[in-house]
Design a protein around this ligand. Structure first.
Ligand code: SF4
Length: 67
């Protein structure tokens, strides 16, 4: 899995950070998302998928590994 975020879409809602804090972070001043890693560990992947689903700005893109 590889993930990307579109900071220009992020509305700083913070839902991704509360969903998976080992992957997502927020700028302290602006609240805009940043990635701690773009290749989540296996145990974090389901939470990353959930974060992408619930992000109100659809700013998180999940690229699954080819089967
Ligand atoms: S959930 Fe979406 S809008 Fe909210 S901080 Fe994360 S990327 Fe930004």
């Amino acid at each position: 899995m590889k993930i990307t975020v579109d900071e220009s879409r992020c509305v700083a809602a913070g839902l991704c950070v509360t969903t998976e804090e080992t992957v997502f972070d927020q700028d302290e001043a602006t609240g805009i998302v940043s990635l701690l890693t773009d290749t989540p560990e296996p145990q974090a992947r389901e939470a990353v998928r959930e974060a992408a689903r619930i992000c109100p700005a659809l700013a998180i893109a999940v690229h699954e590994d080819p089967a």
